[in-house]
Ligand binder design. Structure first.
Ligand code: CA
Length: 232
């Protein structure tokens, strides 16, 4: 059975000890580093499947580490940041991080994020990294070749813009996409003045996918940050 390896880079001893205890209790395989230099060496030698990364490290910034990793690896990166670092959070997600935890966080929150990241790794291993032409997630199905979206077996009629949104979100399932990222990919712009229209498109898309059924909630809102397609 595939047993994922997790690397945690965090300099705060209290958080590190909480994370360690949690991962040990859950029988995860992991290693920890308390600064960026050690962390980067561990990434190379330990070759983790998932990285949990504190943004505020004493030597190298978490942002720099994300930049280095994204040059050659697509491994899920969960960032840990303080509440005051909201802009940093957005910047880190834009730089390619998958998800974030805001200090202080609970064990349950932490484990939930780790599970999402591991599921992404497993799905990618399953498909050998190759993109499938059919997407299935609970009652949601997308035929990328035909450009058709189905919920509960029924075709949903979307506008071209709504389709591009669901296409982008589905291809990044489990990952928090920032407003900036979505605007860049779908609109080709990064104007913050476009965020209100993004919100409107997202609201109608969500309504169409839900079809009045609360079980069909696929798109999660992250206030001030962006959106995520959740894995059902
Ligand atoms: Ca720190």
């Amino acid at each position: 059975m595939f047993k994922p390896k997790i690397l945690v880079i965090e300099d705060d001893p209290a958080i590190l000890s909480l994370v360690k205890t949690t991962l040990e209790t859950q029988d995860y395989m992991f290693r920890t580093a308390m600064n960026g230099k050690q962390g980067l060496m561990d990434i190379l030698s330990y070759n983790p499947d998932v990285l949990v990364l504190d943004l505020g490290l004493p030597d190298i910034s978490g942002m720099e580490i994300i930049g280095k990793i994204r040059g050659w690896s697509n491994m899920p990166i969960i960032i840990i940041s303080a509440r005051s670092e909201d802009e940093d959070k957005v910047e880190a997600l834009d730089a390619g991080a998958d998800d974030y935890l805001t200090k202080p966080f609970s064990i349950d929150e932490f484990l939930a994020r780790v599970r999402v990241a591991i599921r992404r790794v497993k799905t990618e291993n399953l498909h050998g990294g190759e993109a499938s032409s059919i997407y299935e997630n609970g009652s949601l199905k997308i035929d990328y070749v035909a450009g058709c979206v189905y919920v509960d077996g029924e075709e949903i009629h979307l506008t071209p813009m709504e389709y591009r949104l669901v296409d982008l979100l589905s291809k990044n399932t489990g990952k928090v996409l920032t407003h900036n990222y979505i605007l860049r990919e779908v609109w080709g712009s990064q104007l913050s003045s476009d965020i209100p229209s993004l919100r409107v498109f997202m609201a109608t898309l969500r309504k169409k996918l839900e079809r009045g059924n609360p079980d069909n909630k696929f798109i999660q809102t992250h206030v001030g940050i962006g959106y995520r397609m959740i894995r059902k």
